[in-house]
Design a protein. Sequence first.
Lengths: 279, 336
Amino acid sequence: MTTVAPTTVKLRLPPGSGSLILLAIVAVAAAAGPRLAPYDPLATSVSAALQPPSASHWFGTDALGRDILSRVLTAARLDLAIAAAAVGLSFGIGTAAGITAGYAGGWSDRLIGHVTDMIMAFPLFVLAMGIVAAAGDTVANIVYATAIINIPTYVRVGRAEVLIRRDAPFVQSARLAGNGTFRLLLAHVFPNVLPPLVVQASLNMGYAILNAAGLSFIGLGVRPPTPEWGIMVADGASYIVSGEWWVWLFPGLALAGTVFVFNLAGDGLRDFLDPHRRH
Amino acid sequence: MGRVIASRLVGVLGVLASVIVVTFFLTRALPADPAVYFAGMGGTQAAIEAMRAKLGLDHSLIVQFGFYLRDLAHGNLGMSLTTGHSVLSDLMARLPASFELTIVALLLALAVGLPAGIGAALRPDSWFDHLVRVLGTAGVAMPTFFTGLLLLHVFYFDLAWAPPPLGRIGAFIAPPPHVTGFYLIDSLLAGQVQTLIDAVRHIALPALTLALFAVAPIARATRAAMLDALASDFIRTARVIPLSSFRTIVVYAFGNALLPVLTSVGMVFSFLLGANVLVEKVFAWPGIGTYAINALIAADYAPVQGFVLVMAVLYIGLNLAVDLAVIATDPRAAAT
């Protein structure tokens, strides 16, 4: 008999908790952004146009004299909402399709595989441009386009995870116990394939934000004067020659910072859920 | 090996077919009615109907798809309303600019990403490994258009090292005689040193912007593949023999790590070609991305359709090249 060493309980924060704090800050900005904004994000003032950062305008003002800090804060909600809606859609559709393909096999697997391959045959941002151009230049279509190009990720992960478990003992016993296919998939298979999909979703948020901002940077979707980070950077790009850097820098930083935080959180979540990667 | 390549080519044909179907439906769904557009501002109902018949829009979808295939077979991608030229000739004229930018960026990214990944794998959990990871995570979080503006502000506005972001070559310098369409190569072929220097100065920042975005996935894939290779038995043997460490690392470990890295480059192309559009807009690079954006804003639909198709074909071609390279380097891939 081996002696049991006295275990010391170490209170340690799970990896990635730092990024969770950052994530909370972003969430607060998105939720309370408009209330935190010191000025009306749409209020123009010709006399205050293109002022560099100062005590009254921390991030300076743009060509119409609008306060950039207020616009950056107000935009957080819209940018995050677009990305979250897109990720939610592709998560739902992709997971359902992936689980179906993995569990049913046969023609439905082949059909779903073909559709996924069709999407993957395009450079994804280019396909998103094409979809928005075709379906119409609206915010809703930015969401749909971003969702469509992300669906294959969830289909692949969902399908692969279900394939490993389709004939696992716990699934077979649940089947023998008389569970219908739908209940079997929902109550027994889905909870087990959820963790890798959630990791995928949190990594995907950053990409979805970048994609949506990229589309509005080239002039699709969100219309001025609505504050949105991609448009604000595009506005600022015309001042690169004259050197009014604050017009594009702050919205760009907000964008990059938010994506960075989501990527960090996704990496942390993956390490947390995957014991092999924990050191 | 011949059979493997043949089956890969058949697969590519299938992908091409689905790409054509998707682009066809993308154009049919366009919001603006092209017949109204072509008929002009004061177009009467009769003129619009006549134009609709002329464009073949009064036929069923299946028939229209037939027309579309026939046009594609003749290399006819339609006319651009904004430039007044055929879309194919417009795209072909601008493709070398985009291709040159993408290739230079990819080479830059490989030149930085491969050594960084190898270095990180040789000393896992060292400060270098962490540095590569942090820079990589930051690199993929940066929107390419924002990186481009940052670089421009520092190197053009502050330091005045870079030329203004207005295309591939200075306004007072004639482009080199057309051979490949790549200014870097053409100016070298023509022996025009002045032109070459100017072209290098113009491509430096946009290529760097694109490369910064692609470095992270390349470094990440290289690190993972190198860690696997370094942990294998043949490396242990090589170290025990002992072969020189350079030979062990570069020839044996990296040689075996190359395959997964090559495969991941395929995904990098998807990012690069997409980011290319944004970088072209920032630097007013006269490639197909800028062309497509201008057409999109003008509701000029044939160029956008042609652009999506050409990008997809380019992407498929690049992935096929990667596949063939894998088959050529890996006897196992050739055997299956």
